[in-house]
Design a protein around this ligand. Structure first.
Ligand SMILES: [Zn+2]
Ligand SMILES: [Zn+2]
Length: 167
């Protein structure tokens, strides 16, 4: 996702339209509960503002997540407003606050991945009414009832507990 910005670098105020759908290796950087299988769609602009290149746009992506209660698959979408500033690598501004570009190219892959990571939900449920698994006996409470008195335990840990019990 390398963008040639040589045209807008020449003129203060010049802008470049962005409209693409590309695969990004976001899965390498996020928990396994999430799977971005398809392309990332982005529409926006890059504007040269006194040598700082300003990215402003929107990102869309489909992904699959696991329900934090029943571990079932959830097909979901993310839609994020993206605003980032880029400065030329080696310039004297505090680079902590900026992304950098080298020469005539801006690399957008890291920006897309960072924005997705920041906006991932911490926990997701297939349905607000999902009952998940009983943390004591492992029964699927969406389809069964059990007689346990439940404390709050992460159902994912419970799956492992049962796994070791059975083996
Ligand atoms: Zn669920
Ligand atoms: Zn139970």
């Amino acid at each position: 996702m390398r963008i040639d910005i040589s045209d807008i670098l020449k003129h203060n105020g010049a802008s470049l339209k962005l409209d693409f759908a590309e695969h990004v290796k976001v899965n390498d950087f996020i928990p396994e509960d999430f799977d971005f299988g398809g392309p990332i769609t982005f529409k926006g602009t890059l504007v040269n503002s006194g040598g700082i290149i300003k990215l402003d746009g929107e990102l869309w992506a489909d992904y699959r997540a696991k329900c934090s209660r029943c571990l079932g698959d959830i097909d979901s979408k993310i839609h994020i407003a993206v605003k980032e500033d880029f400065i030329e690598e080696g310039s004297d501004k505090d680079e902590e606050d900026y992304y950098t570009y080298q020469g005539k190219f801006i690399e957008l892959e890291k920006v897309m991945i960072d924005n997705i990571i920041l906006n991932l939900p911490v926990k997701q449920v297939c349905d607000e009414a999902c009952k998940g698994y009983c943390p004591k006996c492992g029964a699927d409470l969406n389809n069964n009832e059990c007689k346990c008195v439940n404390e709050d335990i992460d159902p994912r840990l419970e799956v492992f507990k049962n796994f070791f019990k059975d083996n």
